[in-house]
Design a protein around this ligand. Structure first.
Ligand SMILES: [Mn+2]
Length: 298
């Protein structure tokens, strides 16, 4: 099915939000993700008819000697204000991370804006499940916890960013591409009834079919949905510039067309592309993939 008609205009503007956070990861290098993306891909996007207008994260939010949790939580509060504003005004947004802890702010704000009209659905495309709570995490890294936080579990600073309690109802959440996770996360997902389409299932059924299922989960009975894309969902051959690569991932050639259909649905309120670590990229491969992912939106 066709979700939306393309536009005939020659140039398109996308509202981009820079969430330059790295405190949620063991390697803080994806703090440089938005700057690296701009440097590697922005000129080429402009040449292809797409202009990004940026909301920059205030300098004061970057580390400043506070604990990682403090940095992540204050970043989340800022991000939530920005995305809440976009969704309230019916403007779709692109968040560029940053480590995946940025998702706590992105979707807390979007859910808060939609709350008067209904729930927010969420599609989470990632090699990992990100469903740890501080008690189960082996590494303590906050970028392994955002899904749990959005479901209302974890550090109080992360579960009440825009609103007290869960931002996302597990019935409207779907994870895709999981292949590297701890048993505690799988148990958490089962306990809460989260639909997890793991990588073997993606390979068996194909990307198009699993994105269609995820769309049904996130779009049915909700006021809109978002898509959070962790670049480590892709095979490291195609997206080496990530902090936590996992082999045997999704291939861009299978992904781009159904991704385009998924995010062009007017019910899609915004998207998020995270975990780009420019220092680990090879020949600009990951940045080029990000460019294609953004081009698929127009
Ligand atoms: Mn992730």
């Amino acid at each position: 099915m066709l979700y939306g008609l393309g536009t005939n205009s020659r140039t398109q503007t996308i509202a981009a939000v820079e969430v330059a956070v790295g405190a949620g990861a063991k390697d803080s290098g994806c703090r440089d993700g938005p700057a690296g993306f701009r440097q590697q891909a922005e000129a080429e996007l402009r040449a292809r008819g797409v202009t990004l207008t940026w909301r920059h994260m205030p300098q004061s939010l970057r580390d400043a000697g506070a604990s990682p949790l403090d940095v992540v939580a204050s970043t989340a509060r800022w991000t939530a204000r920005v995305t809440r504003n976009f969704v309230t005004k019916d403007n779709r947004f692109l968040v560029v991370g940053g480590d995946h802890s940025c998702a706590v702010g992105t979707w807390s704000g979007a859910a808060d804006a939609l709350r008067p009209s209904g729930a927010l659905g969420l599609i989470w495309i990632d090699a990992h499940m990100d469903m740890h709570v501080p008690e189960t995490s082996h590494s303590g890294a906050i970028n392994g916890m955002p899904v749990a936080a959005l479901l209302g579990y974890g550090a109080p600073q992360l579960t009440s960013v825009a609103h007290r309690g869960a931002a996302i109802d597990p019935r409207h959440l779907c994870l895709i591409g999981a292949r590297s996770f701890e048993p505690e996360e799988a148990a958490f997902g089962q306990r809460h009834g989260v639909r997890v389409i793991d990588m073997p299932e993606v390979q068996r059924r194909g990307v198009k079919a699993v994105l269609a299922e995820a769309h049904a989960i996130a779009a049915s009975g909700t006021a809109g949905y978002g898509v959070s894309l962790d670049l480590d969902a892709f095979d490291p051959v195609e997206a080496p510039g990530v902090g936590t690569p996992a082999p045997d991932g999704i291939r861009a050639a299978d992904f781009l067309a159904p991704w385009s259909e998924l995010i062009k649905d007017p019910a899609c309120v915004g998207i998020e592309i995270v975990e780009y670590n420019p220092a680990l990229d090879r020949d600009g491969r990951t940045a080029r993939l990000m460019q294609d992912l953004v081009m698929a939106w127009v």
